[in-house]
Ligand binder design. Structure first.
Ligand SMILES: [Ca+2]
Ligand SMILES: [Ca+2]
Length: 449
């Protein structure tokens, strides 16, 4: 009934759009533990498996779950020196098995841990340890582990208590603890690790999702065996803390920016964003964003008549801003020296992230004269607007007027008069008059007063 009530409550919370609270128990490392009573009494011939989510930040010897009597006969799953341990004890010191994992668990993060035991047989007796879904110990426990591990001590979570005093108390959090009556395989352990709820599956001896929550003195067993635990020396008002929530990582990259499922547009590389997912089945999870924002260097420098785009770029294509950003044939290097005055930009790309630099005016003021322009005179200079162009004997001359931004502001083709008067109605400033004749060009600078 408790389970059903809880499910309905969660459903109401979810349908209200809230991210449901997920609880775990925090043990104080002093005397906190949960007493399950004289339960889970295995014999050494019995296969069994245990799994849990745990969080600790110190390497002390501490129990996840244990069942030991006054002579320390029994079994348990613990952390020692920050690493996962499992043990079976018939006679402490003379007939016992301790196996140890390799991963340091004392990093203050949630880890999924599991042990499986084959049960003793004349063929092979093995304990396997798993951390975060990876197997990290398999060992023969001795081909003839015989001797009873059965005892009348209490099964306890977060400590062992063989003689009325809690020992090796957990210092941190425990969540989603399950005990099975068979040897689980790695696929089952991984599935269980990613599972978000607990259902009464076959072979489940005890299962705790730690969702009893604030002010509950009871840790409810969700299996059909009803092995509820009692909080001992604990404060039910404060020891129910945030529990483990499933999480997954989304690896993403964006060009300049990236808009994620949270609706936020990120413009910087980050791995700090999280997004909660809730479903009516109570399957909470958190998605972590691992985002790389690619930024193309769009700086352009002009030195003399040569443009240079930024160096951290895979691809360059210089374009003519005045000509609808048309690509300039062959202008695909980091630097570009235009042959004509104008406004130029580069399309730049890195890792497929494409951007365009701003348009940079280039004024080519090289006025060295092809001989054919020797008789040409442009005056007065400075000018108040009327500019006389004496073309001498030249005909079929084109005139291009360029402003100080390199922008072509006027083109007059096919001038066939020996003296052409240009009227500059434009604002005061420097202007370039480019005369072209039979493919040859000369530029004249005119200052408009
Ligand atoms: Ca929980
Ligand atoms: Ca306490």
């Amino acid at each position: 009934m408790k389970t059903k009530t809880r499910f309905i409550l969660l459903f109401l919370l979810f349908s209200g759009g809230l991210f449901a609270q997920s609880y775990s128990l925090n043990f104080d490392g002093q005397n906190d533990y949960v007493d399950l009573g004289n339960q889970l009494n295995f014999e050494s011939i019995n296969a069994f498996s245990i799994e849990a989510w745990i969080k600790i930040d110190n390497i002390g010897l501490q129990q996840i779950i244990a069942k030991l009597d006054g002579s320390l006969r029994g079994w348990g799953l613990q952390v020692n020196q920050g690493r996962l341990n499992a043990y079976l004890i018939s006679e402490f010191g003379t007939n016992n098995i301790f196996v140890e994992g390799t991963t340091q668990l004392d990093d203050g993060r949630w880890h999924h841990v599991a042990m499986t035991y084959t049960g003793a047989s004349i063929f092979l007796t093995e304990i396997r340890l798993y951390v975060d879904g990876q197997q990290e110990f398999t060992g023969s426990t001795g081909s003839f582990f015989v001797g009873s591990i059965a005892n009348d001590g209490p099964a306890t979570i977060g400590a062992y208590n063989s003689s009325g005093t809690p020992n090796e108390v957990w210092s941190g959090n425990i969540d989603n603890l399950k005990v099975w009556d068979h040897e689980r395989n790695i696929n089952q352990i991984r599935a269980s690790k990613n599972d978000c709820g607990i259902s009464d599956e076959e072979g489940l001896l005890a299962a705790y999702d730690f969702e009893d929550g604030i002010n509950s003195n009871v840790l409810t067993d969700l299996s059909s065996n009803g092995i509820d635990g009692t909080l001992v020396n604990m404060d039910p008002a404060t020891d129910w803390e945030d529990g483990h929530v499933r999480s997954s990582v989304q690896l993403r990259s964006g060009c300049q920016s990236y808009t994620w499922i949270d609706g936020i547009t990120y413009t910087n590389t980050t791995n700090m964003a999280t997004y909660p997912l809730s479903t009516p089945s109570g399957c909470d999870s958190v998605i972590l964003l691992d985002l790389t924002i690619l930024n193309v260097d769009t700086n352009v420098f002009l030195d003399s008549n040569t443009l240079s785009a930024g160096p951290t770029v895979d691809l360059y294509q210089w374009v003519d801003c005045a000509n609808d950003f048309a690509p300039i044939s062959g202008a695909v290097l980091q630097t570009f020296t235009p042959s004509e005055s104008g406004e130029y930009a580069a399309i730049v790309a890195i890792n497929g992230c494409v951007d365009t630099t701003s348009c940079i005016p280039v004024l080519i003021t090289n006025t060295t004269s092809p001989e054919i322009f020797q008789g040409v005179q442009v005056f007065p200079n400075p000018s108040r607007g009327a500019v006389q162009i004496d073309l001498g004997n030249l005909n079929d001359v084109s005139l291009r007027v360029i402003n100080a931004l390199g922008r072509t502001i006027r083109v007059i083709p096919n001038i066939n008069t020996s003296r052409y008067q240009l009227t500059l109605n434009e604002p005061p400033g420097l202007y370039l008059l480019e005369l072209s004749h039979q493919g040859k060009k000369r530029i004249y600078k005119i200052l408009r007063e």
